[in-house]
Design a protein around this ligand. Structure first.
Ligand SMILES: CC(=O)N[C@H]1[C@@H](OP(=O)(O)OP(=O)(O)OC[C@H]2O[C@@H](n3ccc(=O)[nH]c3=O)[C@H](O)[C@@H]2O)O[C@H](CO)[C@@H](O)[C@@H]1O
Ligand SMILES: C=C(OP(=O)(O)O)C(=O)O
Length: 427
C-alpha cells in the first residue's frame, strides 16, 4: 500500500492545470467499443481508473496507442469476447459502463459486480431498467449477464437520474433500431461530453444538457477525434485546498460554467474566485466566514443531481468548512456512507456533529492537528489531504490508491505548489 507523508501548515501557491474529467473519460473509453474505426481521445487524465478501463478494452482485443501525454488512439476491429474480466470489474465502479456498448456491438455483456468507493450502496437498478426497456434480458448469476439479439428504441422514464445508467442507456440506444426517449436522464457535464463524442461518431442525439434525451438509432458509428472537458471535481478540490490553507492559486484550462453549482456552495463559506476565459484565480485574502441565510439562520450545503451541488464535492467542502468562521449544515442526500469519514476530522480537532449518516453540522474555524489516516474513497481521501495540509504537524495518509484513481500525479503536482508532501511506495 502506498502512502503520503504530509507536513501541514504551509499555504499552497502557484499555477496548476486542470486534468481531464475522470467521469467523462471513463464512459468515453467505453464508447470507443461502438465502432470498428479508430478513435482519438484527448485530455484523458493519467489516473488508475483510466488504466483499468484501457486494460479492459485491451482484453476485448483493442489496440491502444499513446499519442502524447493524455491522448490515445484506440481501435478495435472485432470484439474478441463479451465478458469484462473479473479482476478489472471489481477494481472500479465504471466497469459497468461496458454493458451498453457490449450489448450494442455483440448482443451480449457479462459483467462481474463492479467495485469502487466505499460510500454506501451503489444501486444498479436503473441500469437494468433502461437496458431491459431497450430489449435486453438480464440474468444475475454471480455476474450480471445481459443479452439482446436486437436492441429496439423505447420511451423510457428512469426511476432516478443516475449518471452511469443514463450513459449506458445512451450507448445502447445510439445503435438501437428506432427512437429512444430518455426522460429523467442525468445531465452532468460528463454525460454531456459522452453525448457530444457520440454525435461526433455519427450518433443522433437531441436534448444534450437537458433531462430529456431523444436518440434516433443509426446503423453504424464511425471514428472521431474528441477532447474531453476539465474535471470540475478536481478543480473544486484545488479551490477547497487553496481556501483551507489560506493559499492563492491560478488554475488553468478549466470550464468555469461547470463550476457554477460549486460556486453557490463555496460562496456560503465566503469563498469565491474570478475567471478570465478558462483560467481561474483564487485570491489569498478571502474572508472565510459563513454567510448566514436571511435572519442569521444556519445555511445548508446539500447535493443533488446536476445542476445541483455535486455529491463528489461534499467531503471536500466539509473539510473546508472546518476552517471557516461560523456554522453550516452539510447534507449529503445521495450517498448513504459518504459522511462517515468525518470521525477522522473530529480526531484531528474539527468541531463536527454527525447527526445521522447524511447530515453533519460543522463549526469553525478549528485548529487541526496532523494524524494517521486511511482513505476510504477518492473524495474523502482528497479531503484528508486538504485537512492534513491545513493541519499543524505531520500526517500519514494510507491507501492512496483510493485517491490516485481520481487525481493525476497528485503528490508531485501539490509539491509544485509548495505542499510538503512525500509519496512512499509499498509501505
Ligand atoms: C464513474 C462515474 O461517473 N461516477 C459518478 C456517478 O456514479 P453513479 O452513476 O454510480 O451514480 P448514480 O448517479 O447512479 O447515483 C449516485 C447516488 O445518488 C443517488 N441518486 C441518484 C440520482 C437521483 O436522482 N437521486 C439520488 O438519490 C443514487 O441512489 C446513488 O446513491 O455519478 C455519481 C453522482 O453524481 C458520482 O458521485 C460518481 O462519481
Ligand atoms: C464516487 C466516485 O467515483 P466512482 O463512481 O468511480 O466510484 C467519485 O468520483 O467521487
Amino acid at each position: 500500500m502506498n502512502e503520503y507523508l504530509i507536513e501541514g501548515g504551509y499555504p499552497v501557491g502557484g499555477t496548476i492545470r486542470a486534468s481531464g474529467n475522470k467521469n467523462a473519460a471513463l464512459p468515453c473509453i467505453a464508447a470507443t467499443l461502438l465502432t470498428d474505426e479508430p478513435v482519438v481521445l484527448r485530455n484523458i487524465p493519467d489516473i488508475e481508473d483510466v488504466q483499468v478501463m484501457l486494460d479492459v478494452y485491451r482484453s476485448f482485443g483493442g489496440a491502444v496507442e499513446k499519442l502524447e501525454p493524455n491522448a490515445y488512439r484506440m481501435v478495435l476491429g472485432n470484439i474478441r469476447q463479451s465478458e469484462v474480466p473479473e479482476d478489472y470489474a471489481r477494481k472500479i465502479r465504471a466497469s459497468i459502463l461496458f454493458a451498453g456498448p457490449l450489448l450494442a456491438r455483440t448482443a451480449k455483456a457479462v459483467l462481474p459486480p463492479p467495485g469502487g468507493d466505499v460510500i454506501g450502496r451503489r444501486r444498479l437498478d436503473t441500469h437494468f431498467l433502461a437496458l431491459t426497456e431497450l430489449g435486453a434480458q438480464v440474468e444475475i448469476n454471480g455476474a450480471f449477464i445481459f443479452s439482446a439479439p436486437a436492441l429496439t428504441g423505447a420511451d423510457i422514464f428512469l426511476d432516478e437520474a443516475s449518471v452511469t445508467a443514463t450513459e449506458n442507456a445512451v450507448m445502447a440506444a445510439v445503435l438501437a433500431k428506432g427512437q429512444t426517449i430518455l426522460t429523467n436522464a442525468a445531465s452532468e457535464p460528463h454525460v454531456q461530453d459522452l453525448c457530444r463524442m457520440l454525435v461526433a461518431m455519427g450518433a443522433r442525439i437531441d436534448g444534450i444538457g437537458s433531462n430529456i434525451l431523444t436518440i434516433n438509432g443509426v446503423e453504424k458509428l464511425g471514428g472521431c477525434d474528441f477532447k474531453i472537458g476539465a474535471d470540475f471535481m478536481e478543480v473544486g478540490s484545488f479551490l477547497g485546498l487553496a481556501a483551507a490553507t489560506r493559499g492563492e492559486l491560478i488554475i488553468e484550462e478549466t470550464r468555469p460554467m461547470d463550476l457554477r453549482p460549486a460556486k453557490v456552495a463555496f460562496s456560503k463559506l465566503g469563498i469565491t474566485w474570478e475567471h478570465e476565459g478558462s483560467t481561474l484565480r483564487v485570491a489569498k485574502d478571502q474572508q472565510l466566514k459563513v454567510n448566514c441565510d436571511i435572519g442569521g439562520m444556519i445555511p445548508k450545503i446539500d447535493d443533488a443531481p446536476w445542476p445541483g451541488f455535486p455529491p463528489d464535492l461534499t467531503s471536500i467542502i466539509t473539510v473546508v468548512a472546518t476552517q471557516v468562521e461560523g456554522t453550516v449544515l452539510v447534507h449529503e442526500k445521495m450517498f448513504e456512507s459518504r459522511m462517515f469519514f468525518v470521525d477522522k476530522l473530529i480526531g484531528m480537532g474539527a468541531r463536527i456533529v454527525l447527526c445521522d449518516p447524511h447530515r453533519a453540522v460543522v463549526s469553525g474555524p478549528t485548529k487541526l492537528t496532523g494524524t494517521e489516516l486511511t482513505s476510504p474513497d477518492v473524495r474523502a481521501g482528497m479531503a484528508m489531504v486538504i485537512a492534513a495540509m491545513a493541519a499543524e504537524g505531520k500526517s500519514v495518509i494510507r491507501n492512496v490508491y483510493q485517491i490516485e484513481r481520481g487525481y493525476e500525479n497528485l503528490a508531485a503536482r501539490l509539491s509544485s505548489l509548495g505542499a510538503r508532501i512525500q509519496r512512499r511506495d509499498d509501505c
